[in-house]
Design a protein around this ligand. Structure first.
Ligand SMILES: [Zn+2]
Length: 236
């Protein structure tokens, strides 16, 4: 989409929603934001959190990055946009829920299975960032092997959601609030081709279609082993 088209789209937005939501916009400025959910998603242009969840301005605090990764808590880390977003959402905004949303056909998860040459300076940060998906890659290979790329990529995308939830629990504030029941964590998996959503059910240890009541994944704090076979059934 060109800049020119974006400007045209902006004018439509202003005309269509400017009036409709003027009260909401004003209220959100006067009272500040108080979203209840931190939504961690991939930067992929096809994954649009507010569209998927049919939400309005002020509803979601969103952190998007390549691969919907959550770097483990690291006091020494310098590049920490996602960790800062997590801490702000949890410790300042006092959100109630964290959703880690992976998706089908994820370019980041595919890239985990390709080598990026050390001397390719133009890919330096991508190479470094992708290390946060290594554990998902290793688990996927261990479970489905690497003969069928489609199966491997799908497994990687799902293991990636689970691994990033584990990483969330390395943050002191997240761990504390999960332990006292004031934060619930869920792992979602979005199907690009039809808009369907699945979630990781911590009791059944696999991804299931989203229904009205979802079980939180917060019990993963106990590091309970995941039943990989059951988990991957939904990949078949
Ligand atoms: Zn992606």
């Amino acid at each position: 989409m060109s800049t020119e088209t974006l400007v045209k789209s902006y004018k439509i937005f202003k005309k269509k929603y400017g009036e409709k939501y003027s009260g909401l916009f004003q209220e959100l400025v006067e009272n500040g934001q108080s979203p209840k959910t931190l939504f961690i998603a991939c930067s992929d242009s096809r994954v649009v959190p507010n569209l998927i969840t049919y939400t309005k301005p002020g509803d979601l605090f969103i952190s998007r990055n390549i691969g919907n990764f959550v770097p483990p808590f690291d006091e020494e880390s310098e590049a920490s946009a996602t960790p800062a977003a997590i801490e702000y959402a949890v410790s300042v905004l006092n959100i109630d829920n964290i959703i880690v949303c992976g998706h089908t056909d994820c370019g980041a998860c595919k890239s985990l299975h390709k080598e990026i040459p050390e001397d390719d300076i133009e890919m330096t940060n991508i190479r470094k960032w992708l290390k946060f998906g290594d554990s998902a890659k290793e688990q996927a290979i261990a479970f489905v092997g690497n003969k069928d790329p489609k199966t491997l990529y799908s497994a990687t995308e799902k293991f990636n959601v689970i691994e990033q939830i584990k990483n969330l629990l390395t943050y002191p504030a997240v761990k504390r609030k999960v332990a006292d029941g004031s934060i619930f964590i869920q792992g979602w998996y979005y199907h690009l081709h039809n808009g369907e959503l699945e979630y990781f059910d911590p009791i059944e240890h696999r991804f299931l279609p989203i229904t009205d009541s979802l079980r939180s994944s917060h019990h993963t704090e106990t590091n309970e082993p995941v039943d990989i076979e059951e988990l991957m059934e939904s990949n078949q």
